[in-house]
Design a protein around this ligand. Structure first.
Ligand SMILES: [Zn+2]
Length: 460
């Protein structure tokens, strides 16, 4: 919940997990295993989709109607009375659907995409698949309908575990009796849990959303959930999203880095790349703090922290310049700000300031970024006799590759034996599926990558 907790926990977890590293791991500090990687010709490099830097927005602590901050603070304060002293009674209990509608319509108009949490049993108030005490059944159904119909095109849905407060006993559906941080989702409950135990918990959360008609391909961890069991968390995400939703490429949001380390997605536990059942899970990394309205709508930030008015400075400019996905992080109560919508206004200003960068960035949902990174890392790419031969465990739209070979005539995509010539463009910004761009000693190709074998043929 609190992004600062997220980072602090991560640092100690990283140290604690250091001993679990395997030789194959690319990220010794984080301990998760990367798994298999295919062979690849050195003449080839996968670029960003259509040569643009992905940008996205992570929204945490959203759900239907319930203002998570109002209901969660007294529960957090029971465990940490000194840390949660906000006057929650003065916060509205509801974040209304009228705000969801305005936000959703704005995001569609602007092309803003990302992830929207749907906490399934928000602060133990009620169940999204049954009843939400405090609201009528009809209001709950209308709220779910609004989320499904308005947000699904631009937003992935994630459970942010079950309640985001007290841990639920999945055998009884009730919170445990013990009232300590060992039984809060945000804190210590996951310590020492196995991948199977975590998968059981994640699957319970996912099934509530499945029954509520909310499709999911990934999960968001509430607060410090999973921090000391990072390998198990990754594997549990892989298993539970596949089991409940048959998600092809499960992904999760656990990490936020606001320093110099890489914020590129991490494709983990890849296996069976040449089989009919390839598997992997993708860790999506946020690159900003919540500099909108904070997790409770009380810590107001500023647009400058994301992007200065010249679009040259600020965290987003830095990460975009690096060419890594620039994924902002916010909380739903911090966009709403108790009705003042201050956080939403900051977001609108950031998106306005991004306008000069628009030809170099691409808004994507987290699931789209996960798919692209999976194709980027797991597709076998070989340059043989003026043919680019690919074998993809997963299909990927807008796949973009640079080949160190000049092409004078249009390359052609080979599918099912038929050749379709590609169209030449003169600028990177014009790359789209089915186009190519000539560089001095290289060729950039952009095409929809099919699952399985395919090829791009360069005429002699
Ligand atoms: Zn949260």
């Amino acid at each position: 919940m609190n992004p600062i907790d997220r980072r602090q926990f991560l640092r100690s977890a990283s140290l604690a997990a250091g001993g679990l590293v395997t030789a194959a791991s690319r990220w010794p500090i984080l301990a998760q295993s990367a798994g298999d990687r295919p062979p690849r010709s050195p003449e080839t490099a996968v670029l960003n989709p259509r040569g643009r830097v992905p940008v996205s927005l992570i929204i945490d602590d959203s759900t239907c109607l319930v203002n998570m901050a109002h209901f969660a603070i007294p529960q957090f304060a029971e465990v940490f009375p000194d840390r949660y002293r906000q006057d929650w009674r003065r916060m509205p209990r509801e974040i209304p659907d009228a705000f969801v509608r305005r936000f959703g319509e704005w995001s569609r108009t602007q092309g803003v995409k990302g992830k929207y949490s749907m906490v399934p049993y928000p602060s133990c108030v009620g169940w999204l698949d049954r009843d939400l005490p405090g609201w009528s059944r009809r209001e709950l159904i209308q709220s779910l309908d609004l989320v499904r119909s308005l947000l699904a095109s631009h937003w992935d849905f994630h459970p942010e575990m079950i309640s985001h407060t007290w841990v639920i006993n999945t055998r009884t559906g009730r919170p445990y009796e013990e009232r300590t941080d060992r039984f809060m989702e945000n804190w210590r409950w996951t310590d020492g849990k196995s991948a199977d135990e975590l998968a059981d918990y994640l699957a319970y959360a996912l099934r509530i959303l499945e029954r509520a008609g909310i499709p999911c391909e990934g999960i968001t961890t509430p607060g410090g959930f999973g921090n000391r069991v990072l390998p198990e968390l990754a594997q549990a995400t892989l298993e539970s999203c596949r089991a409940v939703f048959r998600a092809e490429i499960p992904h999760y949001f656990r990490h936020v880095f606001t320093d110099n380390q890489s914020v590129a997605p991490r494709v983990e536990y890849a296996s069976g790349l040449d089989s009919s059942d390839p598997r992997c899970v993708v860790s999506i990394v946020g690159c900003t703090g919540d500099w909108f309205g904070g997790w409770d709508g009380l810590e107001i930030g500023s647009a400058d922290q994301f992007l200065a008015s010249d679009a040259q400075r600020g965290r987003m400019a830095d990460v975009i310049r690096r060419g890594e996905p620039a994924i902002m992080v916010c909380h739903w109560p911090g966009l709403y700000c108790h009705g003042a919508e201050t956080g939403f206004h900051i977001l609108q200003e950031v998106v306005r300031r991004m306008e000069p960068l628009s030809s170099g960035v691409l808004w994507m949902k987290l699931s789209e970024i996960a798919r692209y990174w999976t194709a980027r890392e797991l597709t076998r790419i070989q340059w043989q006799g003026r043919q680019l031969r690919l074998r993809a465990p997963f299909a990927c739209p807008g796949f973009t590759v640079r080949v160190k070979a000049a092409s004078l005539a249009p390359p052609a995509i080979q599918t099912d034996g038929a050749l379709s010539p590609m169209r030449q463009v003169q600028r990177i910004r014009d790359l789209a599926p089915g186009t190519w761009l000539a560089e001095e000693d290289a060729t950039i190709l952009c095409f929809d990558l099919p699952k399985g074998p395919s090829a791009v043929v360069f005429p002699a």
